[in-house]
Design a protein around this ligand. Structure first.
Ligand code: SF4
Length: 328
Protein backbone atom coordinates (compact mmCIF):
# COMPACT_ATOMS: atom_id res chain seq x y z
CA UNK A 1 0.00 0.00 0.00
CA UNK A 2 1.25 3.46 -0.84
CA UNK A 3 0.50 6.06 1.81
CA UNK A 4 -0.38 9.59 0.72
CA UNK A 5 -1.58 12.72 2.52
CA UNK A 6 -3.94 12.93 5.50
CA UNK A 7 -4.35 9.21 6.17
CA UNK A 8 -5.23 8.12 2.63
CA UNK A 9 -3.54 5.16 0.96
CA UNK A 10 -3.89 2.85 -2.01
CA UNK A 11 -2.66 -0.13 -3.93
CA UNK A 12 -4.43 1.18 -7.04
CA UNK A 13 -5.43 4.74 -7.82
CA UNK A 14 -7.97 5.21 -10.62
CA UNK A 15 -7.16 7.99 -13.09
CA UNK A 16 -10.09 10.06 -11.78
CA UNK A 17 -8.57 9.98 -8.29
CA UNK A 18 -5.15 10.98 -9.61
CA UNK A 19 -6.66 14.12 -11.13
CA UNK A 20 -8.77 14.74 -8.04
CA UNK A 21 -5.66 14.53 -5.88
CA UNK A 22 -4.07 17.28 -7.97
CA UNK A 23 -7.18 19.42 -7.54
CA UNK A 24 -7.83 19.15 -11.28
CA UNK A 25 -11.27 17.49 -11.15
CA UNK A 26 -14.37 19.61 -11.41
CA UNK A 27 -17.27 18.10 -9.46
CA UNK A 28 -20.42 18.23 -11.54
CA UNK A 29 -23.49 17.68 -9.37
CA UNK A 30 -25.98 16.75 -12.06
CA UNK A 31 -29.17 16.56 -10.01
CA UNK A 32 -30.25 16.30 -6.39
CA UNK A 33 -32.93 13.78 -7.35
CA UNK A 34 -32.47 10.17 -6.29
CA UNK A 35 -34.88 7.28 -5.73
CA UNK A 36 -32.88 5.83 -2.85
CA UNK A 37 -32.85 7.03 0.72
CA UNK A 38 -29.52 5.85 2.13
CA UNK A 39 -29.40 6.65 5.84
CA UNK A 40 -25.88 8.11 5.44
CA UNK A 41 -26.63 10.31 2.40
CA UNK A 42 -24.55 13.45 3.12
CA UNK A 43 -26.10 15.77 0.51
CA UNK A 44 -26.92 19.23 1.85
CA UNK A 45 -30.48 20.50 2.26
CA UNK A 46 -29.72 23.09 -0.44
CA UNK A 47 -29.43 20.25 -3.00
CA UNK A 48 -31.14 17.15 -1.64
CA UNK A 49 -34.24 16.09 -3.59
CA UNK A 50 -33.99 19.18 -5.82
CA UNK A 51 -33.31 19.09 -9.51
CA UNK A 52 -30.41 21.53 -9.42
CA UNK A 53 -27.03 21.46 -11.17
CA UNK A 54 -23.76 22.65 -9.65
CA UNK A 55 -20.22 22.71 -10.95
CA UNK A 56 -18.23 22.82 -7.71
CA UNK A 57 -19.90 25.68 -5.78
CA UNK A 58 -21.32 27.36 -8.89
CA UNK A 59 -25.00 26.85 -9.70
CA UNK A 60 -25.30 25.96 -13.38
CA UNK A 61 -28.11 27.51 -15.38
CA UNK A 62 -26.58 27.00 -18.82
CA UNK A 63 -23.51 25.50 -20.45
CA UNK A 64 -21.67 28.83 -20.33
CA UNK A 65 -21.73 28.60 -16.52
CA UNK A 66 -20.15 25.16 -16.76
CA UNK A 67 -17.45 26.43 -19.13
CA UNK A 68 -16.72 29.35 -16.78
CA UNK A 69 -16.07 26.93 -13.92
CA UNK A 70 -13.90 24.67 -16.12
CA UNK A 71 -11.87 27.74 -16.99
CA UNK A 72 -11.72 29.13 -13.44
CA UNK A 73 -10.01 25.99 -12.12
CA UNK A 74 -8.25 24.91 -15.35
CA UNK A 75 -10.06 21.58 -14.97
CA UNK A 76 -8.54 18.48 -16.52
CA UNK A 77 -11.41 16.20 -15.63
CA UNK A 78 -14.98 16.06 -14.45
CA UNK A 79 -16.49 13.87 -11.73
CA UNK A 80 -20.22 13.52 -12.39
CA UNK A 81 -22.26 12.89 -9.30
CA UNK A 82 -25.61 13.63 -7.63
CA UNK A 83 -28.24 12.53 -6.51
CA UNK A 84 -28.51 9.97 -9.24
CA UNK A 85 -27.08 11.32 -12.53
CA UNK A 86 -28.72 8.57 -14.61
CA UNK A 87 -32.17 9.93 -13.71
CA UNK A 88 -31.35 12.87 -15.99
CA UNK A 89 -29.97 10.97 -18.95
CA UNK A 90 -30.37 13.64 -21.65
CA UNK A 91 -28.64 16.21 -19.46
CA UNK A 92 -25.93 13.73 -18.59
CA UNK A 93 -25.24 12.89 -22.25
CA UNK A 94 -25.04 16.58 -23.12
CA UNK A 95 -22.51 17.30 -20.35
CA UNK A 96 -20.50 14.23 -21.38
CA UNK A 97 -20.49 15.49 -24.98
CA UNK A 98 -19.23 18.93 -23.93
CA UNK A 99 -16.67 17.46 -21.52
CA UNK A 100 -15.28 15.22 -24.26
CA UNK A 101 -15.01 18.22 -26.58
CA UNK A 102 -12.94 19.92 -23.87
CA UNK A 103 -10.82 16.78 -23.60
CA UNK A 104 -11.73 16.28 -19.94
CA UNK A 105 -11.33 12.92 -18.23
CA UNK A 106 -14.83 11.80 -17.16
CA UNK A 107 -15.81 9.60 -14.26
CA UNK A 108 -19.35 8.93 -13.18
CA UNK A 109 -20.88 7.82 -9.87
CA UNK A 110 -24.12 5.88 -10.03
CA UNK A 111 -26.22 3.57 -7.92
CA UNK A 112 -27.91 2.06 -10.99
CA UNK A 113 -26.50 -1.16 -12.51
CA UNK A 114 -26.06 0.16 -16.06
CA UNK A 115 -26.75 -2.19 -18.98
CA UNK A 116 -24.49 -2.64 -22.01
CA UNK A 117 -26.51 -0.33 -24.29
CA UNK A 118 -26.27 2.50 -21.79
CA UNK A 119 -22.57 1.96 -21.10
CA UNK A 120 -21.91 2.11 -24.85
CA UNK A 121 -23.86 5.38 -25.04
CA UNK A 122 -21.97 6.93 -22.14
CA UNK A 123 -18.49 5.95 -23.41
CA UNK A 124 -16.84 7.64 -20.43
CA UNK A 125 -13.40 6.91 -18.96
CA UNK A 126 -14.43 5.50 -15.61
CA UNK A 127 -17.55 4.37 -13.75
CA UNK A 128 -17.98 3.91 -10.01
CA UNK A 129 -20.93 1.96 -8.65
CA UNK A 130 -22.47 2.61 -5.28
CA UNK A 131 -24.92 -0.07 -4.06
CA UNK A 132 -27.30 1.88 -1.78
CA UNK A 133 -26.48 1.01 1.85
CA UNK A 134 -24.04 -1.56 0.35
CA UNK A 135 -26.89 -3.99 -0.32
CA UNK A 136 -27.21 -6.32 -3.34
CA UNK A 137 -23.68 -5.73 -4.65
CA UNK A 138 -24.10 -8.74 -6.97
CA UNK A 139 -26.46 -6.65 -9.16
CA UNK A 140 -23.46 -4.60 -10.31
CA UNK A 141 -21.10 -7.40 -11.32
CA UNK A 142 -22.37 -7.67 -14.88
CA UNK A 143 -22.15 -3.88 -15.36
CA UNK A 144 -18.57 -3.84 -14.10
CA UNK A 145 -17.64 -6.76 -16.37
CA UNK A 146 -19.17 -5.11 -19.46
CA UNK A 147 -17.72 -1.69 -18.64
CA UNK A 148 -14.25 -3.20 -18.43
CA UNK A 149 -14.81 -5.03 -21.73
CA UNK A 150 -15.71 -1.65 -23.30
CA UNK A 151 -12.50 -0.08 -22.00
CA UNK A 152 -14.16 1.84 -19.15
CA UNK A 153 -12.29 1.49 -15.87
CA UNK A 154 -14.83 0.30 -13.31
CA UNK A 155 -15.31 -0.48 -9.67
CA UNK A 156 -17.18 0.33 -6.51
CA UNK A 157 -17.07 3.56 -4.55
CA UNK A 158 -18.63 3.17 -1.12
CA UNK A 159 -18.59 4.73 2.35
CA UNK A 160 -16.79 2.76 5.06
CA UNK A 161 -19.86 1.96 7.12
CA UNK A 162 -19.53 -1.85 7.41
CA UNK A 163 -17.69 -4.73 5.79
CA UNK A 164 -19.32 -6.45 2.81
CA UNK A 165 -17.50 -9.57 1.61
CA UNK A 166 -19.43 -9.72 -1.69
CA UNK A 167 -17.98 -6.38 -2.79
CA UNK A 168 -14.42 -7.61 -2.31
CA UNK A 169 -15.16 -10.83 -4.19
CA UNK A 170 -16.64 -8.99 -7.19
CA UNK A 171 -13.76 -6.54 -7.28
CA UNK A 172 -11.11 -9.27 -7.17
CA UNK A 173 -12.82 -11.56 -9.66
CA UNK A 174 -13.23 -8.80 -12.22
CA UNK A 175 -9.98 -6.89 -11.78
CA UNK A 176 -12.10 -3.91 -10.71
CA UNK A 177 -11.20 -1.28 -8.13
CA UNK A 178 -12.61 -0.45 -4.72
CA UNK A 179 -12.66 3.15 -3.53
CA UNK A 180 -13.54 3.34 0.12
CA UNK A 181 -14.46 6.73 1.58
CA UNK A 182 -14.40 7.84 5.16
CA UNK A 183 -17.95 8.97 5.84
CA UNK A 184 -18.54 12.58 6.80
CA UNK A 185 -21.29 13.49 9.21
CA UNK A 186 -23.34 16.36 7.80
CA UNK A 187 -26.44 18.37 8.72
CA UNK A 188 -28.55 15.80 6.84
CA UNK A 189 -27.16 12.47 8.08
CA UNK A 190 -25.94 13.24 11.62
CA UNK A 191 -29.08 12.15 13.45
CA UNK A 192 -29.43 8.90 11.48
CA UNK A 193 -25.77 8.03 12.10
CA UNK A 194 -26.10 8.65 15.83
CA UNK A 195 -29.31 6.62 16.02
CA UNK A 196 -27.50 3.70 14.42
CA UNK A 197 -24.69 3.94 16.93
CA UNK A 198 -21.90 5.23 14.66
CA UNK A 199 -19.07 6.92 16.48
CA UNK A 200 -18.60 10.47 15.17
CA UNK A 201 -15.30 12.24 15.83
CA UNK A 202 -14.62 15.70 14.39
CA UNK A 203 -17.44 15.27 11.85
CA UNK A 204 -16.01 11.94 10.63
CA UNK A 205 -17.36 8.45 11.24
CA UNK A 206 -14.78 6.24 12.94
CA UNK A 207 -14.30 3.17 10.74
CA UNK A 208 -10.72 1.87 11.02
CA UNK A 209 -11.74 -1.77 11.57
CA UNK A 210 -14.02 -1.76 8.53
CA UNK A 211 -11.28 -0.18 6.42
CA UNK A 212 -8.80 -2.90 7.46
CA UNK A 213 -11.21 -5.64 6.33
CA UNK A 214 -11.73 -4.06 2.90
CA UNK A 215 -7.97 -4.04 2.30
CA UNK A 216 -8.49 -7.59 0.98
CA UNK A 217 -9.47 -5.96 -2.31
CA UNK A 218 -6.54 -6.18 -4.73
CA UNK A 219 -7.15 -2.74 -6.25
CA UNK A 220 -7.84 -0.74 -3.14
CA UNK A 221 -7.96 2.97 -2.32
CA UNK A 222 -8.95 4.50 0.98
CA UNK A 223 -9.81 8.21 0.82
CA UNK A 224 -10.00 9.94 4.19
CA UNK A 225 -12.28 12.92 4.79
CA UNK A 226 -9.26 14.97 5.88
CA UNK A 227 -7.62 14.21 2.53
CA UNK A 228 -10.62 15.70 0.74
CA UNK A 229 -10.21 18.89 2.74
CA UNK A 230 -6.47 19.23 3.03
CA UNK A 231 -5.32 17.97 -0.36
CA UNK A 232 -8.08 17.93 -2.96
CA UNK A 233 -9.96 21.06 -1.96
CA UNK A 234 -6.84 23.07 -1.16
CA UNK A 235 -5.21 22.20 -4.47
CA UNK A 236 -8.37 23.09 -6.35
CA UNK A 237 -8.36 26.46 -4.58
CA UNK A 238 -4.74 27.04 -5.55
CA UNK A 239 -5.53 26.31 -9.20
CA UNK A 240 -8.42 28.78 -9.06
CA UNK A 241 -6.40 31.41 -7.22
CA UNK A 242 -3.59 31.27 -9.78
CA UNK A 243 -6.10 32.09 -12.52
CA UNK A 244 -6.91 35.44 -10.90
CA UNK A 245 -5.30 38.77 -11.93
CA UNK A 246 -1.78 39.40 -10.66
CA UNK A 247 -2.76 42.03 -8.09
CA UNK A 248 -4.27 39.35 -5.80
CA UNK A 249 -1.91 37.79 -3.24
CA UNK A 250 -2.26 34.00 -3.20
CA UNK A 251 -1.72 32.29 0.17
CA UNK A 252 -0.36 28.76 0.71
CA UNK A 253 -3.94 27.62 1.34
CA UNK A 254 -5.11 28.90 -2.01
CA UNK A 255 -7.03 31.87 -0.60
CA UNK A 256 -6.77 35.39 -2.02
CA UNK A 257 -5.80 38.58 -0.21
CA UNK A 258 -6.78 41.95 -1.60
CA UNK A 259 -8.23 45.37 -0.84
CA UNK A 260 -12.01 45.55 -1.12
CA UNK A 261 -13.68 48.87 -1.87
CA UNK A 262 -17.36 49.51 -1.20
CA UNK A 263 -19.44 52.65 -1.65
CA UNK A 264 -18.94 55.05 -4.56
CA UNK A 265 -17.69 52.49 -7.08
CA UNK A 266 -17.70 54.77 -10.16
CA UNK A 267 -15.53 57.31 -8.34
CA UNK A 268 -13.29 54.52 -7.04
CA UNK A 269 -12.71 53.24 -10.59
CA UNK A 270 -11.63 56.70 -11.74
CA UNK A 271 -9.23 57.15 -8.82
CA UNK A 272 -7.70 53.68 -9.27
CA UNK A 273 -7.17 54.36 -12.97
CA UNK A 274 -5.55 57.75 -12.17
CA UNK A 275 -3.12 56.05 -9.79
CA UNK A 276 -2.48 53.20 -12.24
CA UNK A 277 -3.90 50.30 -10.21
CA UNK A 278 -5.58 47.25 -11.75
CA UNK A 279 -8.87 46.15 -10.26
CA UNK A 280 -11.84 43.78 -10.68
CA UNK A 281 -15.42 45.04 -10.52
CA UNK A 282 -18.24 43.09 -8.89
CA UNK A 283 -21.87 44.01 -8.22
CA UNK A 284 -21.22 44.93 -4.58
CA UNK A 285 -17.57 46.02 -4.56
CA UNK A 286 -14.26 46.54 -6.32
CA UNK A 287 -11.24 44.42 -5.52
CA UNK A 288 -7.72 45.67 -6.01
CA UNK A 289 -4.19 45.30 -4.68
CA UNK A 290 -3.58 45.58 -0.92
CA UNK A 291 -1.02 48.27 -1.87
CA UNK A 292 -4.00 50.58 -2.37
CA UNK A 293 -4.84 50.32 1.35
CA UNK A 294 -1.20 50.91 2.25
CA UNK A 295 -0.79 54.01 0.04
CA UNK A 296 -1.85 57.04 2.08
CA UNK A 297 -2.54 59.34 -0.87
CA UNK A 298 -4.90 57.01 -2.74
CA UNK A 299 -6.47 55.76 0.46
CA UNK A 300 -7.35 59.34 1.48
CA UNK A 301 -8.64 60.10 -2.03
CA UNK A 302 -10.95 57.08 -1.95
CA UNK A 303 -12.26 57.73 1.56
CA UNK A 304 -12.90 61.42 0.84
CA UNK A 305 -15.02 60.36 -2.17
CA UNK A 306 -17.25 58.20 0.05
CA UNK A 307 -15.56 54.81 -0.33
CA UNK A 308 -14.92 52.29 2.47
CA UNK A 309 -11.78 50.17 2.31
CA UNK A 310 -11.23 46.69 3.77
CA UNK A 311 -8.38 44.23 3.76
CA UNK A 312 -9.90 40.85 2.99
CA UNK A 313 -8.94 37.23 2.65
CA UNK A 314 -11.39 35.19 0.61
CA UNK A 315 -11.88 31.96 -1.30
CA UNK A 316 -11.19 32.19 -5.05
CA UNK A 317 -14.48 30.36 -5.75
CA UNK A 318 -17.43 31.85 -7.58
CA UNK A 319 -19.15 32.69 -4.26
CA UNK A 320 -16.08 34.71 -3.15
CA UNK A 321 -16.66 33.61 0.45
CA UNK A 322 -14.96 36.02 2.87
CA UNK A 323 -12.70 34.46 5.49
CA UNK A 324 -11.30 37.59 7.15
CA UNK A 325 -12.24 41.22 6.86
CA UNK A 326 -10.63 44.21 8.54
CA UNK A 327 -11.55 47.82 7.92
CA UNK A 328 -8.77 50.13 6.84
S1 SF4 B 1 -27.73 6.73 -3.69
FE1 SF4 B 1 -26.36 8.43 -3.19
S2 SF4 B 1 -27.58 10.29 -3.58
FE2 SF4 B 1 -29.00 8.55 -3.46
S3 SF4 B 1 -29.69 8.53 -1.34
FE3 SF4 B 1 -27.96 7.09 -1.51
S4 SF4 B 1 -26.16 8.34 -0.98
FE4 SF4 B 1 -27.82 9.78 -1.41
Amino acid sequence: MKRIEAGSYYSYLPEGCKLCRRGAKLVLFLTGLCKNSCFYCPISNERKGKDVVFANEREIKNFEDFLAEVELMSAEGVAITGGEPLLKLERLLEFIRISKKLDLHIHLYTSIPAKEGLLRKLKIDEIRFHPPELKSAELYEESIRIAKKLGIDAGFEIPAIRYEQKIVEIVNENDAFLNLNQLEASETNWRMLEERGFEITDYYVESSEVVKMFEKANKFHYCSARFKDQAQFRRRLIRMAMNHPDFYLVTRDGTLMCCRIEGELEKAKRILRDFGFDFSVFEDCIETSIEVAENEKIREALISEGCSLYLVERYPTVKRTLLEVSRV
